[in-house]
Design a protein around this ligand. Structure first.
Ligand code: GDP
Ligand code: MG
Ligand code: ZN
Length: 309
């Protein structure tokens, strides 16, 4: 028995044990053997949600023996200037970024860093503008937000998990695929997943009335199977996303709105910061590229320099 290799997908990874959904639909609690290290990735967690693994039975336990190469992965921003990164999830077909304009407000730089990561791996990204039931007095702000991201090429879906607004479109997007749901803490990620799949027990930030123990929050990424096929990954709220190594001159390739103008820059290796004849800067000046997007671009350039020094 111990020699038989089973195939499965990691649906929850705590660091000490791993829930693996086997091909036959059974769920197995696995350990990893010693120190599993991935070539070329210095991460604090060797096995993550979404990983495809081979595992064996060992007595009453299961042990992960092999990890398939990852198609892609999303990393959390390092908390210090070290190169160690923490991978949130791997092998994603689509990403949905949950954003709120208030309570809490999602920072544009946070959104744009996430979108750059998705572009770098060609992961289709959709923005869910959440808690729209609270935004009836700020239509102008909502429209400005939509304009910025739709003109950059992203679909923006206004949703309210509380009232069911926009959930039909979200269901279409997640059907039959592996979808990562990301966003700041408190934007409503877990509530959304609970609204899509009412049979799931998804932990949300609602303060428990009966226990008054404070907030139940998601601490680990968890993959949930969807009734109609596909799966959805709930993630703990993160402060920011890390970027894979991107050269300064390459960064703008991951800003589709800037990329439309970059070929018209005077210099082929223009970084769109100070160069004369820069078509991107001109487009920002006349309002064809949202200033907030350009500002994020400059911040990412600036910050990644710090990591390199
Ligand atoms: N008004 C309103 N509140 C919501 C909505 N979705 C979530 N919330 C509230 O926002 C808080 C955080 O939700 P939660 O799903 O835990 O956020 P997460 O940290 O992103 O998983 C909870 O108090 C939810 O009840 C919504 O559509 N409308
Ligand atoms: Mg949550
Ligand atoms: Zn330029």
């Amino acid at each position: 028995m111990s020699d038989i290799m089973h195939k499965g997908v990691v649906v929850c990874a705590t660091g000490s044990w791993y829930d693996v959904l086997a091909e036959d639909g059974t769920s197995c609690k696995c350990r990893i053997r010693g120190r599993m290290r991935l070539k070329g990735v210095r991460s604090t967690n060797p096995v993550v949600v979404g990983d495809e693994v081979l595992f064996t039975a060992e007595g009453d336990d299961f042990v992960i023996e092999e990890l398939s190469p990852r198609r892609n992965y999303i990393i959390r921003r390092a908390s210090n200037l070290s190169k160690e990164s923490h991978i949130i999830a791997a092998n994603i077909d689509r990403a949905m970024l949950v954003v709120t304009l208030s309570s809490p407000r999602t920072a544009p730089e946070f959104i744009d860093r996430f979108l750059v990561t998705c572009e770098a791996y060609s992961i289709p990204a959709t923005i869910l503008l959440a808690k729209i039931d609270l935004a009836s007095d700020c239509r102008e702000q909502v429209e400005a937000f939509r304009a910025t991201y739709e003109s950059a090429g992203y679909e923006v879906v206004e949703i309210s998990a509380k009232f069911g607004t926009g959930l039909e479109r979200v269901r279409e997007l997640v059907a039959g695929r592996t979808t990562l749901v990301a966003g700041n803490s408190g934007v409503g990620k877990s509530t959304l997943i609970g609204a899509l799949e009412p049979t799931l027990e998804v932990r949300t930030g609602e303060i428990s009335q009966s226990h008054h123990k404070g907030r139940h929050t998601t601490t680990f990424s968890t993959m949930y199977p969807l009734t109609g096929g596909g799966s959805i990954i709930d993630t703990p709220g993160v402060k920011g996303f890390g970027l894979i190594d991107i050269e300064d001159a390459e960064l703008c390739r991951f800003f589709p709105d800037m990329m439309r103008y970059a070929p018209e820059c005077r210099y082929y290796n223009c970084t769109h910061v100070h160069e004369p004849g820069c078509a991107v800067i001109r487009a920002v000046e006349v309002g064809e590229i949202a200033y907030s997007r350009y500002e994020s671009y400059l911040k990412i350039l600036d910050e990644d320099d710090k990591y390199r020094k």
